[in-house]
Design a protein around this ligand. Structure first.
Ligand code: ADP
Ligand code: MG
Length: 256
């Protein structure tokens, strides 16, 4: 039996009669890195916004650990452990790297997350922040001004601030977007590393990232699920090739 952490049931979203997401049934398994891919306009971002409660489905439902979260607000699902990392780096440029992680650690999420305010000393907070920086390979940048970091390192910091909120499920919207080859590699390795003991659902365009680290892939086209499976399974699916390349002879590698 599979252990499903996040499930959507016939999830749909209409914008003034236009169906952007059409009866999508997703099952994200606990411990997986699960990718949502599809051509431009397929409904990936809309799906993502529905899952993170920035949008409300027109119909259908969303379950987290078996509980219906369809009517909850973003802050409420964050408290449950669903943390979204923003597409645009959501870190404060004029704080140091260390200060940004500390802000993440102190972000009010609910009573259980306030333990350090009573008992933990400043020192413990710094230790926790440093441990997170080490996890994302940023310890040597602790005192650097965030604005001065290379782009890929900013994404690593963003992942650290997301980890600070103790996610059970991390949602990443195009984590490697706009990156050069080296940064893509570093961030991909980082996602793989931090996925240990967690579940990650990511929207991703870069097929080498998807093929390299994702356990399962759901392909969207015109708002509906077109195919699902491992990279090997979906990349040789004729319908998927057609959706991406307009023919069935091309390869998915390098598609956008
Ligand atoms: N707020 C909105 N109002 C109207 N149409 C929208 C809105 N958001 C998205 N759409 C439409 O829904 C479709 C899916 O968009 P989107 O989810 O952004 O696709 P993707 O992220 O896969 O490129 C597109 O045709 C887009 O124009
Ligand atoms: Mg999008």
């Amino acid at each position: 039996m599979t252990d499903v952490i996040l499930e959507t049931r016939d999830m749909s979203k209409e914008f003034k009669g236009f169906t952007a997401v059409n009866q999508v049934n997703l099952k994200v398994e606990r411990g997986h890195i699960h990718a949502l891919i599809g051509p431009n306009g397929a409904g990936k971002t809309t799906c993502f916004n529905l899952l993170t409660k920035f949008l409300t489905p027109t119909s259908g439902s969303i379950l987290f650990n078996g509980a219906d979260i369809t009517a909850l607000k973003p802050a409420q699902i964050a408290r449950l452990g669903i943390i979204r990392s923003f597409q645009i780096s959501a870190v404060f440029p004029h704080l140091t790297v260390m200060q940004n992680v500390r802000v993440g650690l102190q972000r009010p999420l609910g009573t259980s997350f306030h333990f350090w305010k009573s008992d933990y000393t400043l020192r413990a907070l710094n230790d926790a922040a440093m441990a997170l920086l080490e996890e994302v390979d940023l310890a040597s940048f602790a005192d650097s001004l965030t604005a001065d970091l290379p782009y890929g390192r900013k994404r690593a910091l963003e992942i650290a601030t997301t980890l600070a909120m103790q996610p059970e499920l991390m949602l990443l919207d195009e984590p490697t977007q706009g990156m050069g080859h080296e940064d893509v590699h570093r961030v991909t390795e980082l996602i793989k590393k931090v996925s240990s003991g967690r579940t990650i659902l990511m929207v991703e365009h870069n097929m080498s990232v998807v093929s390299g680290i994702c356990d399962k892939i759901s392909v969207l086209q015109r708002g509906a699920l077109l195919a699902e499976g491992t990279y090997e399974q979906v990349s040789c699916n004729p319908q998927v090739m057609e959706a991406y390349m307009g023919n069935t002879t091309g390869v998915l590698e390098g598609a956008h």
